[in-house]
Design a protein around this ligand. Structure first.
Ligand code: DGL
Length: 285
């Protein structure tokens, strides 16, 4: 495997870019290849089989594109598909998870609020994390339908976004939560608004920096760190409209070398799994 090969990072949309930013900060020499599965987004309220089929197809595409490692920059995809991805791919895989353990070390009230998609709140991974902490900490999991759509639309403030966020965090604060975990990678785009709403006494935890550090550890072990002193490109592809992704990234002030469109090589039952009902063609990266 070539150490100059890109690291593949994926999410349903622009959420995982909050993880990519941290990877770029931690590992500035690396080539990054970002997949936004806009045609399958949002994942949060989909069936696990749908999300798993998309995640596997994205991993297949990234592997064919020469990726040296995969980062699942989507809590929902981790919850629905990481076990299957690890069984079916030999590349190093680093997957984001709700940062409940770090939050347990930070809380003073012993009460943590976790903001996530409906799927992540209901998912097995989340219950496992909750069980691992035993009885010392109370975890209040809050599904936040609608927030991903606001972020995708670029509405990071304004009455609708504020109203939704406030409706989700108010009950958590009322129950004594002093630490909030951003357990969906779209939500760090809303962190300034969230901090304004909850005030300085509440700690907001984003697991993305820990994901970037874990990626560094895994690449170091595999002797796959990009050679120092080079600066390799960040490219983005989408299963949706490349122009839209370009506009979203521009609006967020994010830099890429290129943005282009792809179709996913879905492995099975494409009619049932494609959100559009259109049979996807296989594509060559
Ligand atoms: N960004 C994703 C996550 O971390 C999910 C967004 C979606 O619902 O598509 O869970």
């Amino acid at each position: 495997m070539d150490a100059s090969a890109p690291i593949g990072v994926f999410d349903s949309g622009i959420g995982g870019w909050t993880v990519l930013r941290e990877i770029r900060r931690e590992l500035p020499a690396e080539a990054l290849l970002y997949v936004a599965d806009a045609a399958g987004a949002p994942y949060g309220d989909r069936a696990p089989e749908f999300i798993a089929a998309r995640a596997l197809a994205i991993a297949d595409w990234l592997q064919a594109a020469g990726a040296k490692a995969l980062v699942v920059a989507c809590n929902t995809a981790t919850s629905a598909a990481v076990a299957q991805l690890r069984r079916q791919h030999t590349l190093p895989i680093v997957a984001i998870e709700p940062a409940v353990k770090p939050a347990a070390l930070l809380t003073r009230s012993g009460i943590i609020g976790v903001l996530a998609t409906s799927h992540t709140v209901a998912g097995g991974n989340f219950s496992r994390l909750r069980d691992a902490l035993g009885g010392n900490v109370t975890i209040l999991a809050q599904a936040c339908p609608g927030l991903v759509e606001q972020v995708e639309a670029g509405v990071l403030d304004g009455p609708v976004t504020r109203g939704l966020l406030s409706r989700y965090v108010t009950p958590l604060l009322a129950q004594g939560a002093d630490t909030l975990v951003l357990a969906c990678t779209h939500y760090p785009w809303l962190a300034p608004l969230l901090r304004e709403l909850v005030g300085p006494e509440v700690t907001v935890v984003d697991p993305a920096p820990a994901v970037a550090r874990e990626l560094r550890r895994r690449l170091t072990l595999a002797e796959l760190l990009a050679p120092a002193g080079v600066s390799l490109p960040t490219r983005a592809v989408t299963t949706g409209d490349p122009q839209r992704l370009r506009e979203q990234l521009d609006r967020l002030g994010e830099v890429t070398t290129s943005v282009s469109g792809i179709e996913l090589p879905l492995r099975s039952a494409p009619h049932a799994l494609s959100p559009t009902g259109v049979q996807p063609r296989s594509s060559t990266p």
